[in-house]
Every structure is written in structure tokens, then in C-alpha cells.
Design a protein around this ligand. Structure first.
Ligand code: KG4
Ligand code: ZN
Length: 363
């Protein structure tokens, strides 16, 4: 295979409650194209428990994954023999699900004699903007999902510096808990957003934790407690109460994001110069009020907001396949005995690099 031949990578995602597989093509000029992207969300299986149940998720991945891989290969009109590599999210995430996806990828790689790439799920979120918008390094990433809230300097493949994170709840988690408290369904983000849109933002005053601090960290448990206390004061809640509380909560979150990202951008500038863009990733980026906030901030600091389409912000296989392709282009592959990881901070990737093998299979 010469270097001008496009790479074709199968990507598998099973770290949470989406079972997903995709096939992505990467050209030698660094541009990418999604050939197939199948996502099966298990939300309905978990909804009655008010959150993801790890055991149910792992079993559902076992039931669903081979059919979803087959569908992705069919949609991409390709076969395993044509693949350049097989990539799977090897963490961080719910370990039962991670084992299912990674082991499946290992089996496909072994049987078809293809290189395996064990992708960090957060790295995949971080690199999606390069697939959708060919974003150049370095850029500032704001990753906000149900499990993660991070501000990261993305300087290159495997070169990530975490500038800020949450000391307690992730932003998506705070939305989910707020929804639960107010008797709204799961997942909470979209429901809180819907209620907030019709609420009176001025009625309740909630705190803006960490406001004005020079670091870029978040803390949301105080906000959650303040909201609970306000709700308890006026219980039982009318529909209007719920709407107004949602509006106050969402506004507080937007203000906190604005402040924490301003601090993150300042640190970025001091350490790494001007970012090429502000990139949003994770399910929370689906929120229109938050997107507006990010747009305002980008405008204020003279940079561009890159927010991939919603289906690529939430968990999917294309981001795993793309991260795999980016790594493969640098010759970074993993041995078949690579371990799944429940915990795998983004900035540990660079440190692990020395231990990685260069592949002989992709020349
Ligand atoms: O990235 P994602 O699909 O899955 C992971 O957690 O990895 O993110 C899901 C999270 C959930 O907490 C959900 O409530 C939140 O993203 N979310 C939202 C919205 N849509 C999804 N949060 C606020 N507003 C939304 N519209
Ligand atoms: Zn995710």
C-alpha cells in the first residue's frame, strides 16, 4: 500500500450506552470522509432506572454489536479485507462495555490480519473537529458530556494538556440530576433545555461556582444543592416552578461555562499562543443556549467556534474510526493484548506513547 492510498478504518464505540460502529476513510492529505456511521442508543433500556446501568449496557452491547458492525460494513460497501485497521474505544468508560467493544475489534483484527488501534474515547471526541472541519493544531477543546467536563489544549495527535476539569459533577450529569430532582425524564439535558426555553430566568438566583478563579476548573455540586434548596422551599412544584428553575439552572451553567472558558483561553494563550479555534464536543454541546454562549465567547476573543454536527458531538463510531485513522497515519498501533481501561485521562496518552509499537502491517 503506498502512502497516497486512502486509509479505511472500522471504529467501534461501546464505552457507555451507545452501541456504535462506523467506517471512515482518511486521505493522505489529512482529509476524511464518513462512509458509514451506525449508532444504536440504549436510552430506552436505561430510562426507567434514571441513568445508565452498567450491567444492562454491557449485555446490550453483546447483543447488538456484531449486527451493527455488519451493517456499517454493508453501508460502507466494503469488506474486512479492505480495511487498513480496526479501532475500538479502549476507555475511559464502563468497563463491561469497553471489554465487549475492544474484544470484538481484537477478534476482527486477528482474523483478518489487520492492525488494532486502542483509542481513548476522549481523544476521539477531541479529534472529531479535524474530521468535520480540518481544524489545525493547536486548538482549545471544551468537552462536556454525561461523564466528562474538560478544557483541553489539543496540540497534536497524542499531545493533550488538560487545562481544567470538574472537581465533582460533569455538566451533563448536573443536567441529568436536575431533571431527576424536578421530576423530568432521562436523559435530562434535552428536557431541562425544553423547560428552560419557556421559563423566567429572573425568578431564582442560583450561585455561579468557581466564578473569577484564575484556574479553569468547574465545580457544580454547590449549584445542584442551591437548586434543590430553592425547589424544597416552594414544593410542591407547579409546571411554572419547574420551568423557572430550569431557566435559572441553565443560565447559571452558561455563565459558569463562559467564565471558566475565558480562564482556560487565558491559560492557553500564556502557554501555547493563539488557538486556531474553540472546539465544542460531547452531548452537552447539543444545548442551543450553551452553543450561543460558546459563539459569543469565540466572537469576544476573536476566534471561531467549531461545533461538529450533533450526531458527531454525542458518542458515535465515526469519531473512534477517525481517531484510529489519525493514529494509523503516524504508525501508532497497539498490540492485541492491549488492556481495556475504565480510567484513562487524556493527558496520559502522550506519556504512554513511548511504549507503543510502530506497525509493520501498514506500510
Ligand atoms: O456525549 P454524550 O452523548 O455521552 C456521554 O456522556 O459520553 O453526553 C450525554 C450527556 C447527558 O448527560 C445529557 O443529559 C447531556 O449530554 N445532554 C444535554 C443535552 N443533550 C444531551 N445537556 C444539556 N442540554 C442538552 N440539550
Ligand atoms: Zn463521549
Amino acid at each position: 500500500m503506498d502512502n497516497d492510498t486512502p486509509m479505511l478504518v472500522l471504529g467501534i464505540e461501546t464505552t457507555c450506552d451507545e452501541t456504535a460502529a462506523a467506517v471512515v476513510e482518511r486521505q493522505s492529505d489529512g482529509s476524511g470522509r464518513i462512509l458509514a456511521n451506525i449508532v444504536r442508543s440504549q436510552t430506552s433500556e436505561h430510562a426507567r432506572f434514571g441513568g445508565v446501568v452498567p450491567e444492562i449496557a454491557a449485555r446490550a452491547h453483546v447483543d447488538l454489536l456484531d449486527g451493527i458492525v455488519a451493517q456499517a460494513m454493508k453501508d460502507a460497501n466494503t469488506g474486512f479485507a479492505q480495511l487498513s485497521a480496526v479501532a475500538a474505544a479502549a476507555g475511559p468508560g464502563l468497563i463491561g462495555g469497553v471489554i465487549v467493544g475492544l474484544t470484538t475489534a481484537k477478534a476482527i483484527a486477528l482474523v483478518n490480519d489487520k492492525p488494532l488501534i486502542a483509542v481513548n474515547h476522549l481523544e476521539a471526541h477531541a479529534l472529531t473537529a479535524r474530521l468535520t472541519d480540518a481544524t489545525q493544531f493547536p486548538y482549545l477543546l471544551f468537552l462536556a458530556s454525561g461523564g466528562h467536563t474538560q478544557i483541553v489544549a489539543v496540540r497534536g495527535i497524542g499531545d493533550y494538556v488538560r487545562l481544567g476539569t470538574t472537581l465533582d459533577d460533569a455538566i451533563g450529569e448536573a443536567f441529568d440530576k436536575t431533571a431527576k430532582l424536578l421530576g423530568l425524564g432521562y436523559p435530562g439535558g434535552p428536557q431541562v433545555e425544553r423547560e428552560a426555553a419557556r421559563g423566567d430566568v429572573t425568578r431564582f438566583t442560583l450561585p455561579r461556582p468557581m466564578f473569577g478563579r484564575p484556574d479553569a476548573d468547574f465545580s457544580l455540586s454547590g449549584l445542584k444543592t442551591a437548586l434543590r434548596l430553592e425547589a424544597e422551599k416552594i414544593a410542591p412544584l407547579s409546571e411554572k416552578d419547574v420551568r423557572d428553575l430550569c431557566a435559572a439552572f441553565q443560565q447559571a451553567i452558561c455563565d459558569v461555562i463562559m467564565d471558566r472558558l475565558r480562564a482556560g483561553l487565558k491559560i492557553f494563550r500564556e502557554r501555547f499562543g493563539t488557538p486556531s479555534a474553540l472546539v465544542a464536543a460531547g452531548g452537552v454541546a447539543a444545548n442551543q443556549a450553551i452553543r450561543k454562549t460558546l459563539n459569543r465567547l469565540a466572537f469576544e476573543v476573536g476566534t471561531t467556534l467549531i461545533a461538529p454536527p450533533l450526531e458527531l458531538c454525542t458518542d458515535n463510531g465515526a469519531m473512534i474510526a477517525w481517531a484510529g485513522a489519525e493514529r494509523l497515519a503516524l504508525g501508532l498501533t497497539d498490540p492485541l493484548d492491549v488492556a481495556p481501561r475504565a480510567r484513562w485521562p487524556l493527558d496520559e496518552i502522550a506519556a504512554a506513547e513511548g511504549a507503543r509499537k510502530r506497525t509493520a502491517a501498514y506500510k
